[in-house]
Structures are given as C-alpha cells and as structure tokens.
Design a protein around this ligand. Sequence first.
Ligand code: NDP
Length: 298
Amino acid sequence: MTAKNNIIDGKAFAASLREQVGMLVPAFLEKTGRAPGLAVVLVGDDPASQVYVGSKIKMTRALGMESFEHRLPADTAQEDLNVLVEKLNADDAVDGILVQLPLPDHLDQQEVIDLIDPDKDVDGLTPTSTGRLALGIEGLVPCTPLGSLKLLKDHLGDLSGKDAVVIGRSILVGKPMAQLLLGENCTVTLAHSRTQNLPDVVRRADIVVAAVGRAEMVKGDWLKDGAVVIDVGINRLDPEPGKERGRLVGDVAFAEAAHASAITPVPGGVGPMTIACLLRNTLVAAHRRAGLPDPEGI
Ligand code: NDP
C-alpha cells in the first residue's frame, strides 16, 4: 500500500536545480576565465562513502564544473589531512571543499572541519558557517536542510507563521533545519530523543521534518490532517526472504501518511536534493569568492 497523498518529487526537483546550476556555469566561466571548482576529500575505503563521492564527482563534471579528487589511504595521519585542507584553502581554483564524513576513527573530524575556509565550506559545517546561519547573515548552509527547505517552499510558498516540528538535532540536519525554518518565520520546535510525548508534539505541526535514522518511527496517527512531511531518514530494512538486500525506508511510516497533504518519498525525496544543493553551494561560493553577485533563481 502506498500513500495516496501528494508526493513531493525530490528527484525531479533536484534534476531541475542541477540543470539551472549547469546553465549558469558558462557565464561564470566567461566572467572569470575559469570554471567553479569543487574539491572532494575521501579518506579510506568505506563502500558507502565511495559511492557518494563517485556520484558527487560525476555530477560536478556533468555540469561543466571542475572536480578535484583526493583519495587518501585509511591510515592517513591527521597532520597530512590537515596539510591537504590548508592547501585546498590556498588554491584559487578551488571554490568548495568537501571532506567526506565519517572519517576513520583515528582522525579528529572537528579538527579538520575547523580548518576549512568558511567561504569554501560548501557542506556548511564549520563553526563560522553555523554561526552565520544562527545570526541570519550570508553564509553557506548544509545541503540536506537547504534542499529540504527548497522542497517545502516550492510546495507551500510562504512558510510564515507555520508550526514546524523538526525531529533530530544533529549539526548536519536537525539544528540547521530548525534555523532555516525560523528564518522563514515558522514557529519551530526542535525535538530529540529526550522529548516527552513526541506523538503529541508532532500532532500539532503543519510541517514535520523527520531526521532521526529510525525506520518508520513516525506513525500515521502522529500527523495532523494536511501536514506537509519532509522525511530525511534513510534506513535499510532487513532483507525479505529470498532477497539479498532490504528495502530503503524513511523515518515516517509512508503508507500511513495518506492524510498528510504532501510527503517526500524514500528514496527519491530529500536524498537527490543533497547533491544538487552541494553543486548549488559550489556555484554560489565561486561567485562570492570572485566578487560577483549571487546567481539568481537557485
Ligand atoms: P544523527 O544520528 O546524527 O541524529 C539523530 C537525531 O535523532 C539525534 O538528534 C537524536 O536525538 C534523534 N533521535 C534518536 N532517537 C530518537 C527518538 N526515539 N525520538 C526522537 N528523536 C530521536 O543523524 P543525522 O541527523 O545525521 O541523520 C538522520 C537521518 O537522516 C539518518 O537516517 C540519515 O541517514 C539521514 N540523512 C539523510 C541525508 C539525505 O541526503 N537524505 C543526509 C543526512 C542524513 P539526541 O540528539 O537526543 O541523541
């Protein structure tokens, strides 16, 4: 059974955003004599990270942007990784730096993130980017919440005055999502594992963003009629008999959400928006670094 409500097609939206970004690349090239550049750093051989990095590089090149690939062995020393980030900071051809997370256990993730030039911080994870977002001043915003906000605004238009509940308070998704919604004048509740009576908290929301990482935790009867649901979670279920891999599901029980006014599916909802926003952030960073106004419409 599937939800009969309005499906928010993140895959189509992301394809159109990528196309718009791609169309703006030649004008940047003409003005500056170079293409926007994204450097991707991958340490180790985690299979999921390899796949993510591979598709980021492919999509960057497909839009005519420059991709700089740095694959380092799993036993890379902290000092060597730090030196590489400093080199990328100093490299004028690099507009965006993405260090693929998680890093191997022996490396200090925060130490590396802290070194990234905030003007090249296309993942929006440095303390400066986080501070700029909290202050409501120009900066680079983490890609998954930015993509989620774009889907919400496309569906709802003005978000002002809406009651929004974000479940999950990670630095990567929940906290920046709450800040972005606050910036849109929503009344925001940021829920987490210690929140009491979570179903009741969620029930009052016009907008629900679930970023927990627990398969189908948010039940249909937690959602009020007409709510708009952004399901960020990506969870793999145990394989059914005879199948090699389990199905991917979100944090929301999709089949129970027919009374919501709209919901993002998993897969095909927020996921594709993340890479599209990374490319968008790279183009925006390139414009700002070149002293050009922000590109319009993205
Ligand atoms: P984290 O594990 O960093 O954070 C999970 C959050 O959920 C925490 O704040 C935690 O609360 C909260 N939480 C855990 N259990 C409960 C519960 N029972 N009730 C309420 N809150 C709970 O995850 P991420 O934010 O990194 O990712 C969340 C999900 O989004 C994952 O499934 C991930 O795979 C997916 N994701 C998808 C992306 C995409 O591109 N679509 C990108 C990034 C993530 P507390 O802080 O109290 O521990």
